[in-house]
Design a protein around this ligand. Structure first.
Ligand SMILES: [Zn+2]
Length: 456
């Protein structure tokens, strides 16, 4: 086993041990490729979402947040091409009935037609089931990744609807009401964090390939002739966001351009931001110039004209779309991979998450030095209560101080505040820093300012 597989296992273990991520439905033996965020994971995910909204919406004047439903008119998915083209090449083992992606089986090479969703076999590889070693039949089926459900009281084709295969589609459908009601200055964008569902055939690496996930999307509408320039600007903006706001290191991030075969036929240009999770670089976010395809397609299928009249140039046109589509679970996973640390302190292993304080689930933890001295616990409770209205803070009075520090280190809490006997005399506490483990004394009424200053 390589060192990196080790790291992966350590992160999965930490996620479960400390309430970041639980496998779904574990009491029933689990439910493949679906995970729940636990108490700590929910806070980390929320912080990622909040920072994304702050930077992409709040601090800009041209991007507006929306929050669309998962269910949409099924025609939208015909228009987008998903009902036919959103496929993986499937081979099913006749013996054990396990399903595999043909392009992931040894020695196989396939090519997908992005318009029809058909997979052409270029080179046939192994015909042995990786699981039970039975012989496979070399018939490749197109397997659609869209999940379906039914609405209404009568089952059948007419009531079939799709769960979102990608979260952004309803942004295109909302272009018209947005254009007509918001008096937004062009060019403008709509941002949305929403769920997407995919019937993945193969099992993924922890949070990397999951059947239900969240996407953080910006669809930026612009004039065709401005799209190249704006595309470059958005590429910069999004790349820097991962470094500056998520704390990912520049060396582990890179751009990868889609090859001509891979690029969807209507896209003008397509690059992915990739992060080196373990040995390989894998996609975090796609930043694509989608031309006017989406609005044209939804216009064609709905019979509406999804265009924009520019009062300055007096021109009417169908806007181009620059799309920035990032995965919340993947970003979450990348933040953990980036921040996981182990070090030896006097023969004892210390595990800590060197996470940006702005992302940390708890900004601080408050401890009374010992749990059985009411004077200390009362004082500590007062501090805890006063911090609670400002930040997410943790309370811990179980075990000795060393154990409590270790627990907070593992969940990335940047500052631990301890109330000791000196506190009772001079109203000072110690604040211990997660990364340096240094302790300094501060006055109680300086704590909030101290944390706020550090969070800037
Ligand atoms: Zn088999």
């Amino acid at each position: 086993m390589t060192k990196n597989n080790d790291l992966m296992e350590k992160i999965v273990s930490l996620c479960k041990r400390r309430g970041f991520v639980y496998p779904s439905s574990e009491i029933y033996g689990g439910f493949a490729n679906v995970y729940d965020f636990g108490p700590l994971g929910s806070l980390l995910a929320k912080n990622i979402r909040d920072i994304w909204i702050k930077k992409m919406v709040q601090e800009r004047d041209d991007v507006y947040l929306i929050d669309g439903s998962i269910l949409m008119h099924p025609k939208a998915w015909e228009a987008s091409g998903h009902t036919v083209a959103f496929t993986d090449p499937l081979i099913q083992c006749p013996a054990c009935k396990k399903r595999f992606r043909a392009d992931k089986l040894e020695g196989w090479q396939l090519k997908k037609d992005n318009q029809t969703g058909r997979w052409e076999v270029i080179k046939q590889g192994s015909l042995v089931c990786p699981d039970c070693k039975a012989n496979l039949i070399p018939t490749v089926k197109e397997f659609n990744l869209l999940m379906t459900t039914e609405v209404g009281s009568i089952a059948g084709e007419k009531s079939k609807v799709y769960l979102k295969g990608e979260s952004c589609q309803n942004i295109y459908l909302n272009f018209l009401p947005f254009r007509d009601t918001m008096t937004a200055k062009f060019p403008f964008g709509m941002a949305q964090i929403g769920k997407a569902f995919r019937n993945e055939i193969t099992l993924g690496k922890f949070l990397f390939k999951v059947r239900e996930f969240e996407q953080m999307d910006i669809e930026y509408f612009c004039a065709p002739e401005e799209s190249d320039k704006l595309y470059e600007e958005w590429k910069q903006t999004r790349f820097n966001w991962y470094i500056k706001e998520m704390g990912l290191s520049k060396e582990r991030l890179h751009w990868r351009q889609h090859s001509p075969e891979e690029r969807i036929f209507y896209a003008k240009d397509a690059w992915d931001i990739e992060y080196k999770f373990f040995n390989d670089f894998e996609e975090l976010e796609g930043v694509h110039n989608r031309s006017d395809y989406d609005l044209k397609q939804q216009g064609k299928f709905s019979g509406k004209t999804l265009d924009y009249f520019d009062p300055t140039s007096k021109k009417r046109f169908i806007p181009y779309i620059i799309e920035c589509s990032g995965g919340l679970q993947r970003t979450f996973f990348a933040v953990l991979v980036e921040s996981y640390r182990e070090e030896m302190i006097k023969d004892e292993k210390r595990i800590f998450l060197k996470i940006k304080p702005s992302l940390a689930p708890y900004k601080a933890a408050v401890f009374p030095l010992v749990a059985n001295k009411p004077k200390l616990t009362d004082k500590a409770k007062n501090i805890f209560n006063s911090l609670k209205s400002e930040f997410m803070v943790a309370w811990d009075d179980i075990g000795n101080i060393g154990k409590r520090y270790r627990r907070q280190d593992e969940i990335g809490t940047p500052w631990c505040i301890t109330v000791d006997y000196q506190t009772l005399e001079d109203n000072t506490v110690t604040i211990r820093d997660r990364d340096t483990m240094k302790q300094e004394r501060f006055k109680i009424d300086e704590i909030i300012e101290y944390i706020k200053e550090k969070l800037k």
